[in-house]
Structures are given as C-alpha cells and as structure tokens.
Design a protein around this ligand. Structure first.
Ligand code: HEM
Length: 464
C-alpha cells in the first residue's frame, strides 16, 4: 500500500483491536531459557501478564500461552474448527509415528479415530485387565526376590512395567525383554523429534550427521519390531482378544476398508509411544507424592486392604478403589505428563477474551498452569485428593482439569490408563511398603513429558 492510500476498513479494524499482552520485542535470544526452563519462565510471564500471554519469537512466528479454562474450551471445543496441530509439530512427530492418530488431522484423523474407538471402549477393557494384572504380578514376583532395603528407581520400573503392559495389551507379546533396546530406541527417536521441533534450522534428516544417523538407526529398530509382529499376525490370524486383533479386523463403516500394514504400523507405534511414557510418568510422580504425604499413603493402603484384603485385585471390585482413583486424579493435576497439550495453530483470525488473535498464532494450552489456576484451585500447590470428591468436582468448570486433553482429540487411552494406573498403585501398595530415599535430588525434566530428571529412588519392603 502506498503512503497516501487509505487503509481498508478491515485493516483499520484489525489495527484497533488489541493483541494480548506480553514482553516487548522478539524472544529469539530467550529461546534457550524457554526451551530449558519452560515451567519457571512461563510461570513468571503468566504472573506478570495474566492468562493469555503473547510471545513473539521471530517475525512471523508468535507463540501464545493460554492458561485459562475458557481459552482451552474455545480452542478445543467451541471453536475447534479454527485450530489444528501445526506442521512444525506434526512433521517431526510424523518421523516416528507416521500418520497415526496423534499426528493426523482432518478426514484421515476422523476415519482412524472412528476405526479405533471401539477397541478402547470400556467393555473391551475387561479383556485387557487380565493382561495388566499378570504384568503387575510378574513385577511383584521380581521385587520379592530383591534383598530387603535394596534401592530401586521406581520411575524406571514404572516405565518398564507400562511398556510391558501396553505391548502385551496390543499384541499379546511382551516386548519388555527388548526393553533396553526398544525403550532406548523410543527415547532416542523422541529426543530427536524434540530437537527438530525446537531447532527450526536443523539439517534435513537425510543428511548423514551423527545425530541423524543415530535417529535413523533407532527408527529402524522400532519399524522392524512392529512390522515383524504385524506380519506374523497377518499370517496366523488367531483372535488373541488384544488390541492388534481388533485393529486387524476393524472395517470402515462406509467403505468397508480395513487398515493397511503401513497404517497399522503407524497406529501401533503411536499407541506404544503415547501409551507408556505418559502413564509411567504419572505413576512415578504419584509414588513421589505418596512418599511425601504419609497420611495419604495410609488412607490409600487402608482402602486397598478394606476392599481386597490380601486377595487378588479383581476387575469387578477395582471401581471400589475410589480414594486411590482420587489420588491419581490429584497427582495428574499437580504433575500432568505434559506442560501443555500439542501446540495448536489458528487457521483464521480469531478473538479470545476480547483480544485479537491473528491467523497463524501458535498456542500452548498450558495444562500445567490451568490445573493450578488460583481461581479454580484453592491453595493450588497442596496435594489433596479430596479435591476430586464428586461434590467438589461439580463446582469447577470442566476445562479447569485437562490431563487427558479435551474435545475431539481427547486421549483415546484415558480409560485404559486410569484402570491400569489404579491397578498398579493398589497391587504394589497391597504387597510392598515404598519409602523414598532421603536427600535425593528431585527435579522435573521438561521434554514431551515432565519426567523426573534423576528418577525417583525408593526402597521396597514386603508387607507379608
Ligand atoms: C496417564 C496417562 C495418559 C495421559 C495423561 C494422556 C494424555 C493425553 C493427552 C493430553 C492427549 C491429547 C493431546 C492433545 O490434544 O494435544 C492424548 C492423546 C492421545 N493419547 Fe493419551 N494419555 C495417557 C495414556 C494413554 C494411553 C494408555 C494410550 C493408549 C494405549 C494413549 C493414547 C493416546 C492417543 C492415540 C492420543 C491421540 C488421540 C487423538 O488425537 O485422537 N494415551 N493423551
């Protein structure tokens, strides 16, 4: 537009609209702080500027912190058609997960979500419960053989257990024997994805840099293990009543088509990936919180002993562990597996809380801050499972608590994860007393999940 030309009505309207508040200038030089200490950094901005903070990183790339339940509801539910996961996130994630449920959008996502949803229905979980129980029992047998007072890293143990559960539930094959190799391959691949998302000028993956080569090797290991299992099952089509059997037989209601090996591969990798690290991190922090709150631990044990005494934990009675479930809910509030959900980009100009949101804005829906927002959570840093008594839950807006996300992309494995975690907590508490090793360094490592950086060291002692 030349200097003398009058701006269009739309441009004037945009100019007059207010952008959300935030620090001045571009934050490129602060990027390292944002990446390495995101909780501390964003917490400061949240306190200074409020629930919606604008963070211009470089020209053309502006990031927003959204820390109010209403923002989450706007983006994930009421105006979800205006937002999607951005390519700078989907493409690197797709290097590992292909076009699985977590990394697809639009029609493809909808088709797969419809195909996969029945496999996660509550009534299917009955079939998976026995698998979960047998995996926990085998861990308990291993622990029984340990010398009294031996120190273990319960975060690593929970990762091993949840990997074993998710792989057994998916394909009735225990891949945790390959835990070191497979777990390491996942970790290497995800570290790499994290690096790519945070390094816009990273060399393309086909260039043989040491980092790229390491990633490609990890990816090959993952692909090989998963494709071998799928192909073996295709040749020997027995119904194992596991998730893979279900996924092999699902048909699109409209086209009648099933999934190709490639699609199955992508979904299987997605489910292993999304389904073990999140649950393991949740359980690790729950043991930490129980260790630092002996009164809560005593209540939990009391409930487990009242409901089950020394008997096996049955599927039918598991829902009676309501206090245990509240402990998990509260642990997920204080330590959600992620600081935020996957980023979302605005597909068109929008308005949130009276502020103008230009097309292309990138949002971090900050679950971590929303679930300690003082307007909805009294004394937010206090660990108090009774916040999740039904009479307290109905007082809060639904979007004030989002550990499993919300809207159409809400976690497909939520019921699986909650059943699994309740069972694991109860089964371990019933047989072992867990004590935190004193004076250890406990810190959050902010990656895709908020893992304990140095693990969580405990001693386990048999109860009977
Ligand atoms: C405590 C455990 C878990 C937590 C806290 C959790 C959390 C989440 C969250 C927050 C999302 C939504 C992300 C977004 O919208 O950006 C999500 C999506 C997803 N989760 Fe989970 N998850 C857990 C366990 C699981 C398990 C056990 C599985 C599978 C076995 C699973 C599979 C998935 C998949 C496939 C998606 C993508 C759904 C879609 O986009 O349609 N998750 N999870």
């Amino acid at each position: 537009m030349s200097k003398n030309q009058a701006p269009s009505a739309q441009v004037i309207e945009k100019r007059n609209r207010h952008l959300p508040p935030g620090p001045r200038g571009y934050l490129l030089l602060k990027l390292s702080e944002l990446q390495h200490q995101p909780i501390e950094y964003l917490d400061r901005l949240w306190r200074e500027y409020g629930d919606l903070v604008r963070l211009p990183i470089v020209p053309g790339f502006t990031f927003y912190l959204a820390a109010h339940p209403d923002h989450a509801e706007h983006i994930l539910s009421t105006h979800q058609e205006r937002y999607r996961k951005p390519d700078f996130f989907l493409k690197p994630m797709g290097l590992v997960q292909g076009q699985g449920l977590f990394t697809s959008e639009g029609e493809l996502w909808l088709k797969h979500r419809r195909l996969m949803q029945p496999a996660f229905h509550q009534k299917q979980l009955v079939n998976l419960y026995a698998v979960m129980l047998s995996c926990v029992q085998s861990l308990l047998r291993e622990w029984e053989k340990k010398p009294e007072g031996e120190v273990i890293d319960i975060a690593a143990e929970m990762t091993r257990l949840t990997l074993k559960i998710v792989s057994s539930a998916l394909f009735s094959v225990d891949i945790s024997g390959e835990y070191n190799r497979l777990g390491q391959a996942f970790r290497t691949a995800l570290e790499y994805v994290y690096y790519r998302i945070n390094t816009p000028l990273a060399p393309p993956v086909w260039i043989p840099t040491p980092r790229n080569l390491k990633f490609r090797q990890a990816k090959q290991t993952l692909d090989r293990v998963v494709l071998e299992i799928i192909q073996a099952r295709r040749h020997n089509l027995i119904d194992n009543r596991d998730l893979l059997s279900m996924l092999l037989t699902v048909r699109d209601e409209v086209t009648g088509e099933g999934m190709s090996d490639r699609q199955l591969h992508d979904e299987v990798i997605t489910l292993i990936d999304a389904g073990h690290e999140t649950t393991a991190t949740t359980l690790a922090w729950t043991w930490y919180l129980l260790g630092t709150h002996p009164d809560v631990m005593a209540n939990l044990l009391d409930e487990v002993q009242t409901v089950f005494n020394e008997d096996d934990l049955t599927f039918e009675k598991l829902p009676q562990l309501q206090y245990t479930r509240r402990v998990l809910d509260e642990s997920l509030r204080l330590r959600p597996p992620g600081l935020g959900l996957a980023p979302r980009v605005a597909l068109e100009d929008d308005e949130i809380q009276g502020y103008f949101i230009p097309k292309g804005s990138i949002f971090n829906i900050a679950v971590y801050f929303i679930s300690r927002h003082p307007e909805f959570w009294d004394n937010p840093e206090r660990f108090d499972p009774d916040r999740f008594l039904p009479e307290n839950v109905i007082q809060r807006p639904k979007f004030a608590y989002l550990p499993f996300g919300a809207g159409s992309h809400t976690c497909i494995g939520k019921n699986f994860a909650l059943m699994e975690s309740t069972l694991i907590l109860a089964a371990i508490a019933q047989r072992f007393s867990i004590e935190l090793v004193p004076h250890q360094s406990i810190e959050i490592e902010p990656r895709f999940t908020l893992r304990p950086k140095y693990g969580i060291k405990v001693t386990v002692q048999k109860r009977y």
